[in-house]
Design a protein around this ligand. Structure first.
Ligand code: MG
Length: 309
């Protein structure tokens, strides 16, 4: 059982900068990042815990760790000393540059009903760009061209192994771990524009808070029976469980891998339960000053302030 996170702090210097790539979300481009790993009670620096050389120049590359986890997990330095998280800790998304962010549109029967959609017989799939990703306690930025930005709490699956045409019976072998995700959604773009602009409505920068950390799959065996909650300014707006999934994690992995090769670090947002803002009377949309919280039992709380642009 291990937690994996990326943080930034002046205490850990800038030797592990993720600015080596120009393709990160602009706000992370010049951010020094440090890979940390945690057990039930302590956090450790990746460079102390992982085999020699593993982190050099690549500390931010959690995707590399995910890809090599099967061999690395047996080589952890058992003499590594735990660290205290510094007061200035800034949480980054635990995966910063996934090859794909796949999202399921309707995966809870109650959410399909509240939005007036028919129950899907095959999954509704869309995507977000990596520039949507942001970390725990980082702001969700409301775009100037939308006034109907909604919230969606979601369980996120982190793929651990490359695969294509994966049988459902083996699908969970391809899961590295799980984390909390927030599928922020501009309803006026998602549904109100010609053609139904799902991609644009879902893919504004900062529209995919993720984290605070990834929990390895061995410590989260209840992916299809986990409570999922969303709180807005402390008020519970969504309160459900993944046992109400229309399509299980295994089914989704098998289904998606019929279309495209799944790669380590790919993210799968598994859909949101009922209680979203657009379906309320009157509707509720995010406003500057709001505070959002996604809580999934066993995975912690992903909290984000909302700001204007
Ligand atoms: Mg969603």
């Amino acid at each position: 059982m291990m937690k994996i996170a990326l943080i930034s702090s002046a205490n850990f210097g800038s030797s592990d900068s993720i600015s080596r790539s120009n393709s990160f979300t602009p706000s992370f481009r010049e951010t020094p990042a440090t890979l940390i790993l945690g057990n039930e009670s302590h956090w450790f620096l990746g460079r102390d815990l992982l085999p020699n050389g593993f982190c050099q120049g690549l500390a931010a590359d959690s995707t590399k760790l995910i890809e090599q986890w099967a061999s690395v997990r047996g080589q952890l330095n058992r003499d590594a000393r735990p660290i205290e998280l510094p007061p200035d800790v800034r949480w980054l998304p635990p995966v910063v540059e996934p090859n794909k962010i796949l999202c399921i549109g309707l995966n809870y029967a109650d959410h399909a009903t509240e939005t007036g959609a028919e129950l899907p017989t095959i999954p509704v799939v869309f995507n977000k760009f990596p520039t949507t990703l942001t970390g725990h306690e980082q702001p969700i930025v409301l775009p100037a061209i939308s006034d109907k930005v909604d919230y969606e709490a979601e369980l996120v699956v982190v793929i651990g192994k490359e695969g294509r045409n994966i049988p459902a019976a083996n699908a969970l072998d391809f899961v590295f771990g799980y984390t909390c995700g927030h599928d922020v959604s501009a309803r006026d773009w998602q549904k109100g524009k010609p053609g139904g602009q799902w991609l644009l409505g879902k893919t504004f920068d900062s529209f995919a808070p993720l984290g605070p950390w990834i929990q390895t799959a061995d410590a989260f065996e209840n992916a299809d029976d986990a409570s999922v909650q969303f709180r807005l300014n402390g008020n519970t707006m969504q309160d459900s469980s993944t046992r109400h999934f229309i399509f299980s994690v295994s089914f989704l992995i098998a289904h998606l891998s019929k279309f495209c090769t799944l790669r380590p670090g790919d993210l799968l947002f598994t859909g949101t339960p009922s209680g979203v803002g657009v379906a309320r009377t009157p509707p509720v949309f995010l406003r500057p000053g709001d505070r959002t919280e996604v809580e999934i039992a066993g995975l912690g709380v992903l909290a984000n302030p909302v700001v204007g642009s």
